[in-house]
Design a protein around this ligand. Structure first.
Ligand SMILES: NC(=O)c1ccc[n+]([C@@H]2O[C@H](COP(=O)([O-])OP(=O)(O)OC[C@H]3O[C@@H](n4cnc5c(N)ncnc54)[C@H](O)[C@@H]3O)[C@@H](O)[C@H]2O)c1
Length: 357
């Protein structure tokens, strides 16, 4: 890889810390700096992991451009810093934090890239697609899950999932909207400053060092509540646990991001839907069975019939575009993902219990 110094914003988070460590292991000569405000509970556990891998960490808030002025001589910026909850800004909570971090913060990260003439890799989200439109898709109800019907009333949707052609007009949550606004701005930076940048709209990502909570990090939340014998609910869609997501393991995501960084000319200026796809999808009911299998614990799961704000019964990533362009595809199955997560919790039980139980 051609880069000499990479900065990872959100570098103590789940995605950022794993990417930084995988990159350092593959390319020990590259200097890697992780910047994070440690806003997410559990991100502090990344600091010794980064240090053990010769990765520099510094505490900084992307909302404050003064915090970022010391970042110099970088030739690649990876932006993984975010308030990643789809529920952020709802109920009585002000949307300021999510807007200031996910939108104004991205501008500060882009400015670091512009001033350093660095390439830019942006972790966006499938939540940019409007909730009501996803909820208008035709479903087929099976015994343990919902499926998407083959013929759909909206362009860009099929039984394979949602492709990049799916419309983007409409509300999608503050999280989705701030990510979409950032994407639009990134395209302006590409055009105005000849910046090379790639946008990946990721579906649900999972793996070790994700600090799963009720509003984000589904697989770890489910596995940890089983492991520590906590409480869970099937929320919405009749409270039966038939809602479905496709899942991608962090190592599969890393293989793609590495390929994109190594061939940035090929990918720059493009936006991709990235995820496990139909083959690597799971319903909550099916996930419960896997968590029981790997933790050996069975817990009582409650049922809440009322749907949650900005929730969708099914999201599947149609990964046709990225597969066609570079041949990448995910390899790690849902079964292996759950197994891996449970093993990680078992190995780190003491430090994780206060955060995940
Ligand atoms: N995990 C997923 O399933 C998923 C899915 C789609 C997209 N993404 C995207 O991937 C990226 C990484 O997500 P993640 O799962 O690692 O989340 P995470 O919460 O684990 O990591 C985000 C990190 O950003 C930090 N942060 C928050 N506000 C900050 C601020 N103002 N300044 C500096 N740091 C700040 C947090 O402390 C945290 O360590 C995000 O951009 C997210 O939108 C994640």
């Amino acid at each position: 890889m051609r880069y000499e110094k990479i900065v990872v914003f959100g570098g103590a988070g789940f995605v950022g810390s794993n990417l930084a460590i995988f990159l350092k292991k593959d390319f020990p000569k590259i200097k890697i700096v992780c910047v994070d405000s440690l806003k997410r509970r559990g991100s502090e556990l990344a600091i010794p992991r980064l240090k053990d891998n010769n990765i520099e960490f510094f505490h900084g808030d992307i909302r404050n451009k003064e915090d970022l002025t010391g970042i110099r001589d970088v030739d690649c910026v990876i932006d993984c810093s975010a308030e990643p909850s789809v529920l952020a800004g709802y109920s009585d909570e002000s949307p300021e934090y999510v807007i200031n971090t996910n939108f104004f913060g991205t501008i500060n990260c882009l400015e670091v890239a512009r001033k350093n003439k660095a390439d830019f890799l942006f972790l966006s989200t499938s939540r940019v697609y409007p909730t009501k439109l996803i909820n208008s898709l035709k479903l087929v109800e099976k015994e343990t899950r919902f499926e998407l019907a083959e013929n759909q009333p909206v362009r860009g949707a099929s039984s394979k999932g949602i492709s990049e052609d799916f419309p983007i007009e409409g509300a999608s949550s503050f999280y989705g909207a701030t990510k979409l606004a950032s994407e639009i701005l990134i395209n302006e930076y590409i055009d105005a400053y000849d910046m090379r940048a790639v946008i990946d709209r990721c579906g649900v990502i999972a793996g070790p060092w994700q600090m799963g909570k009720v509003d984000q990090g589904l697989i770890v939340l489910w596995a940890a509540k089983h492991y520590f014998k906590g409480e869970l609910n099937y929320i919405g869609y009749g409270g039966e646990g038939k809602q479905v997501r496709d899942i991608i393991h962090i190592q599969d995501l890393y293989r793609l991001l590495k390929l994109q960084l190594e061939n940035i000319e090929q990918f720059s200026g493009k936006t991709y839907n990235v995820g496990g796809g139909r083959e690597f999808s799971v319903s909550l009911l099916e996930l419960t069975k896997l968590c029981e299998k790997y933790t050996g614990n069975k817990i009582k799961i409650g049922s809440v019939k009322e749907d949650r704000t900005q929730d969708v019964p099914i999201y599947l990533t149609d990964t046709t575009k990225i597969k066609r362009e570079c041949g990448w595809k995910p390899k790690i199955t849902i079964d292996e993902i759950v197994k891996d997560v449970v093993e990680w919790i078992r190995k780190n039980e003491k430090s994780l219990k206060p955060i995940l139980s």
